[in-house]
Write a protein of this length. Sequence first.
Length: 564
Amino acid sequence: MQRFLILIAVILLLSSVREVSAQTRPVTRVNRSSAHHEIPDQPYRAPGVRITAPGYHYRGTGFFTTQVNVAAGGANILGDAANEPSIAVNPLDPNQIVVGWRQFDDVNNNFRQAGWGFSSDAGQTWTFPGVIDPGIFRSDPVLDANADGSFYYNSLTTYTGDYTCDVYKSTNGGAQWGTAVQAHGGDKQWMTIDASDGPGRGNIYSSWNVSYSSCLPGFFTRSADAGASFEDCIEVDGYPYWGTMAVGPFGELYVAGAGSFGGAMVVKSTNAQVPGSEIAWNPAAEIDLDGYIVSSDPINPVGLLGQVYVDVDRSAGSGRGNVYVVASVARASVSDPADVMFARSTNGGATFEPPVRINNDVLGNYQWFGTMSVAPNGRIDVIWLDTRDNPGTYLSSLYYCYSDDQGVTWSINKQISDAFDPSLGYPQQSKMGDYFDMVSDNDGAHLAWANTFNQEEDVYYTHIIPTIVGLEENTPNAEKPALSCTPNPFTGDAMISYTLPSDGHVRIDLCSTAGVVLHTLVDREETKGFHTVGLPGNELPAGFYLCRMKTSHSTVTGRVIKAG
């Protein structure tokens, strides 16, 4: 008996050592990937009478934020919850934006459904029609738009206890969705669509966590018919998980995720774009981010601190084809719970340069949910949640910075929200989801994120103008005026935003591409700072135009596009 008790004590001791050790070093891929997944563990409960209150809206210098999961008139719905948002923007008409999220009809019940909202005025106002399949368990929403302007919504569900994914298509700006198409799938799936001019244009790719796959041993699928059907599952070399996907300028496909020992990896295929091809993968590129991907940290107790984001420079500049990776990681070389780390590859993802720390605060704060997207002109946008303004707490603010030189240098770390408590309004599930999502165009970044400004979890849209938000105050850079159009391209009226470094006379003209003045929008004395003026887009035929701003010291010209 005594020997038996000693044996039990030794087992318990070893178990506790393993638990402590797991908090200080990364563990293996299999253990980590199977430790975190969606569980439909509470039954559906129909929502009661809806009570509303004013929704949250904020307009700052160079950005605005507005709530997405709203009732009529933009009112907040009390007592529900929404998190884990994904966003898509119509490349032919950026007025059309769709956001999907995990919808909890009752904050006291963690049964989640596929919520969505759409905007037809560049995110100024939103319509929340409800959920795609009322009463059906759905999670892990991922949205994208193809080059022709159709939207796709990939949603995780379970029919008989096995995870699978459905993909819905909308051809009217997200107002309605077609019939679900089964796309195999599993927990933490991601989706991307080929918008290149290669043979894979319109291909839809999806990958997920192999530990919860509906089609073992596979965990990747392709659709070569615009989402009408999805091919049999295959494996991805290296087994990445908890990451995103991207298509490069030549139609090459990149799959990112956590790697074998908790760090990051990227796997590439150059022939996935070829319909009917037997997809081949290049050897997985392990990426040193000086840390490892984290789950189940107290700041997001049963969620991730973010995913591995990959994107590619699709510009016509010198960085064309560069591959970039961003993730919030627990640092390995220093004591820091979460930093936003960036790495780039200039050889098509074969190897990656040493990592760069994006946040520039002192060590010891959380920078979590690090999220990246790359604009068509090559600009890299990065956002994250940051506790630096409230050290020693979990109170978090939204931060932003960008690079316009392929990640060599970065703008200031700019706070663009007040601090909020991420633990408020947990819908019987202690997390704010596992990710945010962002899409960039040449004029700015379109961000879908979650916060608790209403003392509950809600989903928000923020539009960020980098040339304004990323300026350092009281530096030579701030002495340059800035000019931007939102949206761009536009179909109806648009808004010109401009920042003046000093008081003085300003004139803004809308010109033809030959320089002929068509409309004078501003011609007056203005004060230093941020200003806006309407652009009468309804009066213009479709085409390209120049917006030219003259001040006492300089001239700034930008191109604007009226879509047909």
